[in-house]
Design a protein around this ligand. Structure first.
Ligand SMILES: Nc1nc2c(ncn2[C@@H]2O[C@H](COP(=O)(O)OP(=O)(O)OP(=O)(O)O)[C@@H](O)[C@H]2O)c(=O)[nH]1
Length: 306
């Protein structure tokens, strides 16, 4: 345990967030740092729609990681709300990790974000070159050089969430920039998102698998109710609605004779059971909310506030 009084004086706690283009590996990185699955990941861009927090607990520090949606030029009302969510998050954290993948060139999207970050002057920015397991040493070296030319970063660090390489270094660099403070959350707590939100995200993740084109962006999930089954302490009833924007999308999600929906439900249920450590009965219904991404009232109902 060590000397509690002197170590308490050195303890650091605070917030970090990762920004970057969609699909650069922000959620995967957060999960790898936290060591548990708290944000959903998928190969579809814009999987993340909420600022989900993961908490890294160490003997000397507590790092609360806020996950943000990919920052990009807004095209829909949903896009605009997501971007304002990201920008307000940036001013509230102690350190920002700006993620750029090692296996792709620096592009317009990265420059757009670098400009936005330059406006958030007070918060230090650590540039994180992600997915290094997918790039050669030469590629990584070239990318580090490109990144150093992009802006004046506090640090530049190459990592791989997949192999775990350099994650400890990244953790140290972020923690160095947190204020001295006692822990903000109870030890052992991994996330402060309500369970219902995490469960909704797991269902959405299951539904995203295998769908294409614009459909991924049209899917939203709201968990209406989670209650223990009467007389059973090992079974939880979960009632959820999945929203799509058009009847044609509903047909795709349900699949021939309901086969696809059944499969989504089974996969989601297994993930929820793993998360909550209990048996789960999942009642999942599909509803059409016409063009919800562009309708302020529906956005609010689905939990995307302005
Ligand atoms: N090989 C490899 N793949 C990775 C790594 N990190 C992320 N990926 C993959 O990259 C894809 C996108 O990862 P996400 O973590 O969902 O990306 P994101 O930046 O959070 O995406 P948005 O939520 O859309 O903003 C997924 O298929 C991941 O499995 C990594 O270190 N190595």
């Amino acid at each position: 345990m060590g000397d509690v009084s002197s170590s308490a004086a050195e303890f650091r706690s605070g917030f970090a967030c990762f920004v970057g283009r969609p699909n650069v590996g922000k959620s995967t990185l957060m999960n790898a740092l936290v060591g548990a699955k708290v944000a959903i990941t998928s190969s579809k861009p814009q999987t993340t729609r909420r600022a989900i927090r993961g908490i890294v607990n160490r003997p000397d520090a507590q790092l609360v990681v806020v996950d943000t949606p990919g920052l990009h030029r807004p095209r829909t009302l949903l896009g605009e709300r997501l971007d304002s969510l990201v920008l307000s998050t940036l001013t509230e954290v102690d350190v920002i990790g700006f993620c750029m993948p090692a296996d792709e060139q620096i592009g317009k999207g990265d420059r757009f974000i670098a400009e936005k970050l330059a406006a958030v002057k007070k918060t230090p920015v650590v540039a994180v070159v992600t997915k290094c397991d997918l790039a050669s040493r030469e590629q990584i070296a070239a990318r580090l050089l490109d990144v150093s030319r992009l802006a004046d970063f506090a640090e530049i660090v190459p990592v791989s969430a997949e192999s775990g390489e350099q994650l400890d270094v990244l953790g140290d660099l972020l923690i160095e920039r947190l204020p001295k403070s006692p822990p903000l959350y109870l030890d052992g707590q991994l996330t402060d998102e309500p369970e219902q939100v995490l469960v909704g995200e797991l269902i959405r993740e299951a539904a995203l698998e295998g769908v294409r084109d614009e459909l991924p962006h049209s899917i939203a999930v709201v968990v209406e109710e989670m209650t223990p089954r009467e007389g059973r302490d090992d079974l939880l009833d979960v009632y959820a609605h999945m929203f799509v924007e058009r009847p044609s999308q509903k047909a795709i999600v349900i699949g021939p004779k309901g086969a696809r929906l059944k499969d989504v439900g089974t996969r989601a249920r297994k993930q929820i059971e793993a998360l909550l450590g209990t048996h789960v009965y999942l009642d999942l219904r599909i509803k059409v909310a016409k063009d919800w991404q562009r309708d302020p009232k529906q956005l609010r109902r689905l939990g995307f506030y302005d």
